[in-house]
Design a protein around this ligand. Sequence first.
Ligand code: AR6
Length: 183
Amino acid sequence: MSRGLTVAGRRLELVRGDITTQALDAIANAANAALRGGGGVDGAIHTAAGPGVLDELRSRYPSGTPTGTAVATAAGRLKARWLIHAVGPVWTGGTHGEEALLAAAYRSSLAAADRLGARSLALPAISLGIYRFPLRAGARIALDAVLHHFGGETSLELVRFVLYSDETLSAFSVALDELAPPA
Ligand code: AR6
């Protein structure tokens, strides 16, 4: 199952898969604020990309990066030019600005892709795993950020959400139907 939508000549896609196999200009990672690797998609990306990515993060971002922001590195052995390490919030009940921070993490990723001149970007479901952000709300925030970004100036022609489970893909698909009902 996969889904897509074209907005102002730009393509938004939802697919199920492993983001480390994507051959797009940039791949985003769901990192932590220390930028020192971890589990989930972060662990998979570092394992597939090789140790050079962690070396670059250590030397260029010794203090990490705050929640809601993103930084870029080379992509090591991945079939992409750049990695964009985005830091989403840990869900702690919804009263600590989690929704705004998740939107900011996506906005920062999209802005970083534009600064690099990327034409295509793969995004994971930031915060929807170990950080326990609620699935439906998180999917809606993710899609809303991309659709909003497509309404402005951007180098991006394709943004592909690469979702690891049927449940996550289905939540994104429902959210896309709500935000942009099929014709
Ligand atoms: N490809 C695509 N999506 C994946 C992959 C993959 N290879 N592996 C997991 N996912 P998570 P978070 C999905 O936990 O919630 C790390 O330790 C996963 O099923 O990776 O933002 C970091 O270092 C889920 O839908 O990220 C941080 O400490 C989504 O990716 C913390 O976890 C995000 O789940 C970040 O937690």
